[in-house]
Design a binder for this molecule. Sequence first.
Ligand SMILES: Cc1cc2nc3c(=O)[nH]c(=O)nc-3n(C[C@H](O)[C@H](O)[C@H](O)COP(=O)(O)OP(=O)(O)OC[C@H]3O[C@@H](n4cnc5c(N)ncnc54)[C@H](O)[C@@H]3O)c2cc1C
Length: 351
Amino acid sequence: MLDYIVVGMGLAGISFCEVLEREGKTFKVIADRSQQASQVAGGLYNPVILKRFTMAWKAKDQLEWGKPFYERLEEKLGVKLDHPLHVLRKFASIEEQNSWFEAADRPGLDHFLSPVVVPNQNPAIDAPFGFGEVKHTGRIDTGVLVKAYGAYLGDKGIIDRSTFEFSSLTHHEDHVEYLGIKAKQIVCACGYGLTDDPYFGYLPLNGTKGELLVISAPEFREGNVIKSSVFTIPMGGDKYLVGATYKWKDKTNEPTEESKNELLEKLVTFLKCDFDIVDHVAGIRPTVVDRRPLVGRHPEHHNFYVLNGFGSRGVLIAPYASGQLFDYIEKGVALDPEIDIQRFTKKYYGN
Ligand SMILES: Cc1cc2nc3c(=O)[nH]c(=O)nc-3n(C[C@H](O)[C@H](O)[C@H](O)COP(=O)(O)OP(=O)(O)OC[C@H]3O[C@@H](n4cnc5c(N)ncnc54)[C@H](O)[C@@H]3O)c2cc1C
């Protein structure tokens, strides 16, 4: 009898497996490749919402939790994941500069927002009003993480790359059983795949498609993340990520011409050097109606849990929410009501 079955191997599944390993639990992962948000994500960790100059939900705690988490993973997997980078928010006007100064004075934000205007020194960028600098930010290479973690679990023989068929799951008093595998608990970390899950499909997961371009721009020579109408994120060499789009109707993982054109139109408003597109990727962010994660126990099946709903902030939320779920299952620590799926129990019973 295993301790856990984990379904899904994006940021949610990986983070939960990490807690399980640390706590000496046995587990098996079942993960197909139907969803790819974690594989294609920009990977930015930035605790500040750059539209309104406010802190993102619990971002300071999540950052404190997340940084050592990715550090441990780097050591364990032998890959570079964390690339600390400053984010430069392009100002559109003097008014925006003033709002920034006000925000940089507020307790909490003062730790992250530098209280000066950074003048533009890059001839490849058009930014007459300069930038505001956000500190303690960076990029986790989530693509490398997903690949390396899959290989790690593969070497241990504890990952099955098939699609989890919910109809083959049976529930018993003190365990669940799936195609001959018995486990005390099962955690479903399926990202947008949750919408096909007959157990947790009642949860209001919208899904927001995002697309990113990878460009090669030898004359850009920019070491910071630039945030204007789109982000540009340095990937090393002359490669930059450009993104991302937000679309609510299309739920496929296919890159589209429409989003490519949208990204290019926005990019050329501030990038003034030549570039080539070298890649174009897409994925579905698991976004929730109330913008909070979906964590907790199934209303009827008490060995069955969900870990989902990280929206556009999976890098910071995943390690934090995984720790909470583990403490809830194993130590009986109550979940933060803001993330607990109990807030949607009425939906399960059709009210
Ligand atoms: C374009 C884009 C840019 C983004 N940029 C950022 C960023 O800069 N910073 C940030 O923090 N976040 C970003 N995000 C959001 C981030 O990617 C997500 O919050 C996070 O990856 C969600 O992780 P997850 O594990 O919940 O889901 P996923 O990564 O979608 O993983 C779900 C896993 O479950 C598997 N699965 C699903 N159903 C089944 C089934 N029935 N059987 C077996 N396996 C199944 C999938 O194949 C996959 O392995 C971005 C997302 C996109 C799309």
